[in-house]
Design a protein around this ligand. Sequence first.
Ligand code: AMP
Length: 366
Amino acid sequence: MNIGILGGGQLGRMIALAGYPLGLRFRFLDPDPNAPMKRLAEQVIGGYSDVEALRKFADGVDLVTWEFENVPLETVHFLEQRVAVYPPAAALEAGQDRLIEKTFFKTQGVPTTAFLPVESLFDLEDALLRIGFPAVLKTRRMGYDGKGQAVLREKADIRLAWESLGGFPLLLEAFVPFQRELSLIAVRGRDGETAFYPLVENHHRDGVLRLTLAPAPRLSEELQVEAEAHISRVLEALDYVGVLAMEFFEINGKLMANEMAPRVHNSGHWTIECAETSQFENHLRAILGLPLGDTEAVGCAAMVNVIGEVPHLADVLGMPDTHLHLYGKSARPGRKLGHITLRTDSEVVRDTMLLGLAGFLPEGHW
Ligand code: AMP
């Protein structure tokens, strides 16, 4: 089987690495000749709207999937006429636009924070009257890793937020005074079979994921059931196939959906070493119509993103039960270059190991 992947970043790279033991072959489309999937699989170098490149990419592949959600919708529709594409395009549409996404959550009965679309300064002032302070102004599209958003705490913040974001279609959200951020990764097969990984706890800094604790500390059965119920509504409504991630705020013991990613997710990297089947393998199993693998955690893990600079390999690999993944990207401040997963049997040991690892990473890494 030949799988085509739209996007040649680290997520696509890890999908391919999970697929090789299953005898799969990969081709990817990415405009960057130095994409992380370079040398790992065949690459068609071209833009996502380049019809010639798309024809070349689709020719001879059995299935197409994507590794990032900003692939133009028209690209997916073009490919769908030639080859099977999973997950469904509707999931991509919702994943690309925060207004469509939040409206969809609302219609599915998935709790989310109050939100209003903003097209003009007048809209913003009106939305603030209705939503109140503090609030978060976000671009509807192309926002990732905390880019394209501003927190408004008082009237004086309006001008600056408008100067930096005005001109794009925007969304104003009520600020959620959450206790912590959690995410759930689910997988749904072509026959509707679903499986869920345990909820994990995520720590961001400057909008970028730094650390994931898996399973989430103090995870109750009720919270897991609540998260699975929310994501199940989304999976069913979209007739979803593949891995889907949902990010939640936990507030007073309840969950509020922040966003979803119709793809494998950074907060699921721990599954490579610490779940029976990784999110990457399960994504492939799902889109190929194969039985899903067991999603149970086989210990507890901490996943730390390697950002901006790579620590000395010997320092990291000298630690027991530590796994390093580097994506083959050149170092640049703020860039995700790899990740480290610590795997152990107890939360206490994990936390001690994390302290040890912190000594090898730039100060204040998480
Ligand atoms: P996002 O791009 O929506 O994932 O937002 C990036 C980060 O900003 C989230 O992980 C939260 O830490 C924070 N954030 C986003 N939306 C809100 C909100 N409505 N209330 C409080 N914090 C938020």
